[in-house]
Design a protein around this ligand. Structure first.
Ligand code: GLP
Length: 250
């Protein structure tokens, strides 16, 4: 694991956007795995800025989002599809047909999870997967104790995840109890992983992910086994790590 500690959330986002931009410039047909939540927002905004400045072309990029809530359709302002359009896709020249997000209101959810995996395979696999991390160490919606061998599947959301994500809804009751998520195996199959974390409330999960034992109770710890992971943190999320500021803070 390569760990980059930055002095602010803004610098974390700029760093991540620069890595993604360099990959898109190198491989215009990049297959990009994307995350939602508050952490990657500014990264998306940085990428939009680069697009507006004529630096980036998304026309040949394919995207696969990590997850989607079950029961919310595309027009629901709480759906991840809505988030992605509003925060990123509506402002870049991505081909809408190359955007992939699990369909949360599919009639047959199991079929939908299989379809999603097949689509990833057909696209040639994910080149770069962007991740956030939950306070309980989840990645995507792979909650504590999930099997590391799972592909895209339907998950029951953890109590803490429901609490944490209630801030995006009008009330806790509105938070769906289930989601479709790429599995740990899907994430581990991607060629490169970039994980972002900011804020003190992520510090413990980050510490366990980096120094802890590989343990399904902290799903992100499995990333210790991935050959190409870059973790980009702000100094609050890195506050429980040992590092020398002169070398690590950008
Ligand atoms: C959600 C998403 C995750 C995300 C996590 C952290 O549960 N499914 O992909 O990483 O929340 O969210 P935030 O970035 O808002 O802290």
């Amino acid at each position: 694991m390569k760990v980059i500690v930055t002095k602010s959330k803004e610098m974390m986002s700029i760093n991540a956007a620069h890595i993604l931009a360099s990959k898109i410039m190198e491989y215009p047909h990049l297959v990009l795995g994307l995350a939602t939540g508050s952490t990657p927002l500014c990264t998306y905004h940085e990428l939009i800025k680069m697009y507006n400045n004529g630096i980036l072309d998304f026309s040949r990029v394919t995207t696969f989002n990590l997850d989607e809530y079950v029961g919310l359709d595309d027009s629901s302002p709480y759906s991840y599809r809505f988030y992605m359009q509003k925060e990123f896709f509506d402002y870049i020249n991505i081909n809408q047909k190359k955007i992939n997000i699990p369909y949360g209101i599919a009639e047959d959810l199991t079929e939908e999870t299989k379809r999603y995996e097949k689509a990833i395979k057909k696209a040639g696999g994910i080149d770069v997967q962007l991740l956030g991390i939950g306070r309980n160490g989840h990645i995507g919606f792979n909650e504590p104790k999930s099997n590391f061998e799972t592909l895209t599947h339907v998950v029951e959301l953890d109590k803490q995840t429901i609490e944490d994500n209630a801030r995006f809804f009008d009330s806790r009751q509105q938070v769906p109890r289930k989601a479709i998520s790429m599995g740990i195996k899907t994430i581990m199959n991607s060629r490169k992983v970039i994980l972002l974390a900011s804020g003190e409330n992520k510090a413990e999960a980050v510490k366990k992910m980096i120094y802890g034992k590989i343990d399904p109770n902290l799903q992100a710890s499995v990333l210790q086994l991935h050959p190409d992971v870059t973790v980009i943190l702000d100094k609050e999320a890195a506050s429980q790590l040992k590092y020398t500021e002169e070398n690590w803070i950008i």
